[in-house]
Write a protein of this length. Structure first.
Length: 137
């Protein structure tokens, strides 16, 4: 599944042999209804900011969700970068044995990650201020 930055999702549905049997474009409002009405399956997404939210929603509906880091999807993209080619690349990458999947984070884990990033940024800013004041003399 490839989630676009605007208001729609594009996905490909491969068969057991990896051949694409269906290309789908849906609005985000329709996506959860569609997933709820499908039988439990494996859903593979490219990891990004909203992946964890959607993964938790799909897990509640009984699906197994896997996320792939974007740098592992890029080598499988054929042709120009567009929504369908990205969806095909995700489907292709997910079938490889060597691909490592990103673990799906809980809300609590994401909160802790935010705290770590804030602390790291504050430390960098403090170091920059000290370096700046020392350079002035």
């Amino acid at each position: 599944m490839y989630r676009c930055k605007n208001n729609h999702e594009r996905s490909t549905v491969p068969n057991a042999f990896g051949k694409v049997i269906k290309r789908v474009k849906r609005k985000r409002q329709e996506l959860l209804k569609f997933i709820a009405n499908t039988e439990p399956s494996i859903i593979v997404m490219e990891a990004c900011g909203s992946t964890y939210h959607w993964a938790r929603e799909f897990n509640k509906l009984g699906h197994e969700v896997k996320a792939i880091a974007p740098q592992y999807v890029v080598p499988f993209r054929k042709g120009y970068k567009n929504d369908y080619n990205d969806a095909l690349a995700i489907a292709e990458a997910s079938q490889r044995n060597s691909i490592r999947f990103v673990p799906i984070k809980t809300v609590e884990q994401q909160g802790i990650q935010v705290l770590h990033r804030i602390r790291e940024q504050r430390t960098k800013m403090q170091t920059a201020r000290q370096s700046n004041s020392w350079s002035i003399g």
